[in-house]
Design a protein around this ligand. Sequence first.
Ligand SMILES: Nc1ncnc2c1ncn2[C@@H]1O[C@H](COP(=O)(O)OP(=O)(O)O)[C@@H](O)[C@H]1O
Ligand SMILES: [Mg+2]
Length: 201
Amino acid sequence: MKLALPEPTGHLLLENVTALAPGGPKPVLRGISINIPPGSAVALVGPSAAGKSSLARVLTGIWPAVSGTVRFDGADLAHWNPEDIGKHIGYLPQDIELFSGTIAENIARFSQCRDEQIIEAAGLAGVHDMIQKMPEGYNTQIGDGGQRQRIGLARALFGLPCVIVLDEPNSNLDGAGEEALVDAFAELKNKSVLLLLLRTR
Ligand SMILES: Nc1ncnc2c1ncn2[C@@H]1O[C@H](COP(=O)(O)OP(=O)(O)O)[C@@H](O)[C@H]1O
Ligand SMILES: [Mg+2]
């Protein structure tokens, strides 16, 4: 049975974590220990294939650790209800995976919510004006390119999760997108734990 644990504060702790890609032959992460306490903003910078995206998948519970422990607010991530992890850890994957549907539906992760929550997330991500300029506004079907990444950011910020993991959030942005991203970082500081995975340039 998985218990509903109290509201987390956003403490991430990796203890000697080793992880494989599902079905993969050898570990992509080996003996990783990291402590990211509440209130932190951390950027992990490394070259392509260093394991940044793998780390993001382990931290969000998508890939299990084969040994060692990932702790979220002290409890083994494997003991958390996956739905609660989704609610408390906002995640912008590198390969954005938005679903066919409207911008509003994608930001809200197809959950039932109040419109204000969607607009709040869009505001934080700096995409509200961009969306409003579209002919069908929030009801526009999801597009592609840099726009996807910016909508993906709004989805990661939806509900203001206590941890926000952004995997190469700047890889596909124009100047306005980069500016919105930097503004979002400033806004989120001291509200959520921020973990940025960035590729060495
Ligand atoms: N789904 C997967 N299946 C098998 N191997 C993978 C998978 N995803 C990543 N890898 C391997 O894990 C290593 C780290 O990849 P990744 O975490 O994507 O690095 P980064 O995000 O830093 O570029 C690479 O050698 C990559 O080939
Ligand atoms: Mg990656």
